[in-house]
Design a protein. Structure first.
Length: 137
């Protein structure tokens, strides 16, 4: 298979796998740490209006979803790519970082969570993924 085509497919598959992992964790997070009483998290408006009820524990699983989703996407891409594995794994981190920026822009969250999420959940986990999957660094 053409290396450019295979690398492109590796990125696409990495984005899909990372997104599936991210959304799976988000979807089960409410059953692990229930939302606060009076919170309507079924709509974006309801979530925005009840954000002030959330405690620090409610932000743990969203952070883990972002970090683990990015990690699995970067690992998948690095394993499937023919060459430029490091660049492509970091590209996955940058893609998910962009999605994270869009997310925090559209939904209010505490400043501390926004900073921790954007600084530690995306590029560092993509870097960790490429360190674990690429022999030479």
């Amino acid at each position: 298979m053409n290396p450019v085509l295979r690398n492109t497919l590796a990125v696409i598959v990495g984005i899909i796998i990372g997104s599936i992992v991210n959304m799976s964790i988000i979807l089960i997070s409410g059953s692990i740490i229930p939302p606060p009483d009076g919170c309507n998290n079924t709509t974006m408006k309801g979530l925005q209006e009840s954000m002030h009820l959330f405690e620090a524990k409610h932000f743990l699983l969203p952070f883990l979803a972002h970090a683990i989703g990015t990690f699995t996407g970067a690992v998948t891409t690095a394993l499937l790519a023919v060459n430029h594995k490091k660049k492509l794994a970091l590209l996955i981190g940058a893609f998910f970082l962009l999605c994270g920026i869009v997310s925090v822009s559209s939904m209010p969250s505490p400043t501390w969570f926004t900073l921790i999420d954007l600084i530690f959940a995306y590029i560092p986990t993509a870097y960790l993924a490429l360190r674990l999957t690429c022999r030479k660094f």
